[in-house]
Design a protein around this ligand. Structure first.
Ligand code: AMP
Ligand code: GLY
Length: 427
């Protein structure tokens, strides 16, 4: 079968997905909506509103797409997957009801409790008094999360009670509630589990870097870089996450009549008391996907179509490039606040000329001959290497060739892991 695939979304994750789909011999055509300047160099892009179910249905019909892959959370929450399912178009990405695992942290906690999935103890608060009581009950460091969607930026972790209360108040002022949690010690890992509604299939674990500055300082971002695989993970980690976290969650969602089809993104902490879920997302993570899919050799379109149809084969063994992948995010001036747009980007060709390097675009736009910045996270520079240290060195060598006014990047992506300095705390 020769497939036509439509990928929804504008970012680096979507560029990485499209790159992987184009390597699948079963894929005849890939289309993107809305895409970005980098994606437009690879496949046709369509300037529709990907969050509008009717516009997506119309485009899908006019292309005759065999599969729609939804990248970001916004179209999921807008019900784009539901509309496609109703129109009998295979879609990779959960229904609005199932995407609530990401859309509401309170709902995710409820599902985890019902499924017996280990996660941080948490309390929901809707006013200052409730917030104060919960913060005092758990003690410092304080963890306060906006209950709704906040693109990874709604979480404050702080030793300062006033700052914790101020974040809670800003969420209340916006008409929302907050989830207050116990603090989880230990390193974090992201595991993407492809689900067909019944069965889960794990991809390779990755780690991302959420804070804007080196040494995990400054505010949270969508993610400033990532690497895969994780040499420091204990033996049996993936099996344990499948058994204790992913499969029970998939089962619980099916039992509720809202089966989860798509990527169950398990954000995990390896604490002194064992594995804990930090968060679920209902989609591929960005920028982890850029590193993970750079290593996947199994054809991606077949995998996503099988999941979309509820036909993921049992005991499918995925084929991985044994090398390591590292990606470095290059962000615009003033990200994660209001990023400056329209800066001319130089050095892209020089970076991509290096062996085992490619650049996934996120917030970029084409202005005549020139590619310019058009968002907070602008590019992810991806490199493969025999070792993590080699992949990292190549990724930075490439990233250092790319510049624009006010560009930001972290210098310590994958550094601790490449020096064998990550320790999982023991009880
Ligand atoms: P989230 O949006 O829930 O993934 O949170 C963003 C980031 O905040 C996570 O990647 C962690 O680094 C941090 N974080 C969230 N929850 C906790 C917690 N309970 N304890 C420690 N750090 C946390
Ligand atoms: N890398 C974090 C996220 O995609 O939410």
């Amino acid at each position: 079968m020769y497939m036509k695939v439509l990928v929804l979304g504008p970012g680096g994750r979507e560029h990485a997905i499209i790159r992987a789909l184009l390597k699948d011999p079963a894929v005849q055509e890939v289309h993107s909506a809305p895409g970005n300047a980098g994606i437009a160099q690879m496949v046709p892009t369509h300037a529709i509103d990907a969050n509008n179910p009717q516009q997506v249905l119309d485009l899908t019909a006019s292309l005759g797409a065999d599969l729609v892959v939804i990248g970001p959370e916004a179209p999921l929450v807008a019900g784009v997957s539901d509309a496609l399912t109703q129109a009998k178009v295979p879609v990779f990405g959960p229904s609005k009801a199932a995407a609530l695992l990401e859309g509401s942290k309170a709902f995710a906690k409820e599902v985890m409790a019902a499924a017996g999935v280990p996660t941080a103890l948490a309390k929901v608060a809707s006013n200052r008094q409730e917030a104060l009581e919960a913060l005092q009950a758990f003690g410092a460091p304080y963890v306060v999360k906006d209950d709704g969607l906040a693109a990874g930026k709604g979480v404050v972790v702080t030793e300062d009670l006033e700052a914790a209360l101020a974040h809670a108040q800003s969420c209340f002022d916006a008409g929302g509630q907050v989830v207050i949690e116990e603090y989880l010690d230990g390193p974090e890992a992201s595991l993407f589990v492809i689900s067909d509604g019944q069965r889960g299939l794990p991809l390779a674990p990755a780690q991302d870097f959420k804070r804007i500055f080196d040494g995990d300082q400054g505010p949270n971002t969508g993610g400033m870089g990532a690497y895969s695989p994780l040499p420091w993970l204990p033996e049996g980690f993936v099996e344990e996450v499948m058994e204790r976290v992913a499969q029970p969650t998939i089962d619980q969602m099916a039992r509720r009549g809202t089966p989860f089809v798509g990527v169950l993104y398990c954000g995990l902490a390896l604490t002194s008391r064992g594995i804990r879920v930090i968060e679920f997302n209902a989609r591929f993570g960005d920028p982890e996907t850029q590193a993970v899919l750079a290593r996947l050799r199994t054809p991606l379109a077949g995998l996503l179509l099988a999941a979309a149809k509820g036909e993921l084969p049992a005991d499918l063994a995925l084929d991985w490039d044994p090398r390591s992948a590292v990606d470095i995010v290059l962000a615009a001036q003033n990200y994660p606040e209001t990023p400056r747009k329209g800066d001319a980007i130089s050095g892209l060709e020089q970076a991509e000329a290096l062996a085992d390097v490619h650049v996934d675009h996120a917030g970029t736009a084409q202005e005549g001959e020139q590619i310019v910045t058009a968002g907070g996270r602008v590019l992810a520079v991806v490199a493969l290497g025999e070792t993590l240290a080699e992949a990292r060195a190549t990724a930075y060598q490439a990233a250092d060739k790319i510049s624009w006014a006010g560009q930001q990047k972290r210098k310590d992506i994958a550094l601790a892991a490449s020096q064998n300095q990550i320790r999982v705390p023991q009880p």
